[in-house]
Ligand binder design. Structure first.
Ligand SMILES: CC(C)(COP(=O)(O)OP(=O)(O)OC[C@H]1O[C@@H](n2cnc3c(N)ncnc32)[C@H](O)[C@@H]1OP(=O)(O)O)[C@@H](O)C(=O)NCCC(=O)NCCS
Length: 182
């Protein structure tokens, strides 16, 4: 990626374009965060977002915290087109690799009878521990926990807990390989 397309979080004009609807103190950046074009970080209802040091946010990444806490750990790489939306809590650990067009949400529309768009949300926090690789177009659903050292194959759907030290793939994602220790 050309260095000219990557903007270092340095000047306040750029910060204002990137961060929408967030008051002072709701978004915190550690050092050396790299942000590509079109990235949006939006907070509503007092939501907070923390971006760790050395994080890369690729083109058109969208991070939305609706009264929630979103944490992205140090050195995690978030590839272009990824969407992270929280109403409670989404935590992504250090040294993560998030592929292109990944979706991570901690909420669903409740789906009892009636107009779905008028219903409350079903919400459960998502935890993605450190050193996790999510392949392109992975979707992570509410309540999921992905333990450290897990690899998730491209196009997979994560629901529930993925135990550490293995490769998972499919819809829903199942264990396809156990990783041998170093
Ligand atoms: C998950 C992945 C890393 C596994 O690679 P691998 O260790 O070489 O695994 P294998 O090819 O030996 O596959 C093991 C099994 O899982 C299956 N599998 C692998 N990836 C799969 C996927 N994404 N969806 C469904 N099944 C998958 C294979 O078909 C194979 O099944 P089998 O044992 O029944 O034949 C790779 O398949 C993958 O999806 N990479 C993501 C690439 C990507 O998105 N990159 C961009 C973002 S950084």
């Amino acid at each position: 990626m050309g260095i000219t397309r990557v903007l270092r979080i340095a000047n306040s004009v750029f910060r204002r374009k990137l961060i929408q609807l967030c008051s002072k103190g709701q978004v915190s950046f550690s050092s050396n965060v790299l942000v590509d074009n079109g990235v949006v970080i939006r907070c509503t209802d007092g939501g907070k977002v923390h971006i760790g040091s050395g994080v890369f946010l690729g083109r058109n990444v969208m991070i939305v915290s609706r009264g929630a806490a979103i944490h992205i750990g140090d050195r995690t790489h978030v590839s272009h087109g990824t969407t992270v939306v929280a109403k409670s809590s989404i935590s992504i650990g250090d040294d993560g690799l998030i592929g292109e067009y990944v979706t991570i949400r901690d909420q669903d529309h409740a789906i009892s009878k009636g107009r779905i768009s008028h219903q409350e949300f079903a919400i459960k926090p998502v935890v993605i521990e450190s050193n996790v690789w999510l392949g392109a177009k992975v979707t992570v659903l509410r309540g999921s926990k992905i333990e450290s050292g897990v690899v998730v194959g491209a196009n997979s759907l994560v629901k529930g807990r993925l135990a550490s030290g293995a490769v998972y793939a499919g819809i829903p994602a199942k264990r396809v390989k156990v990783l041998s220790p170093d």
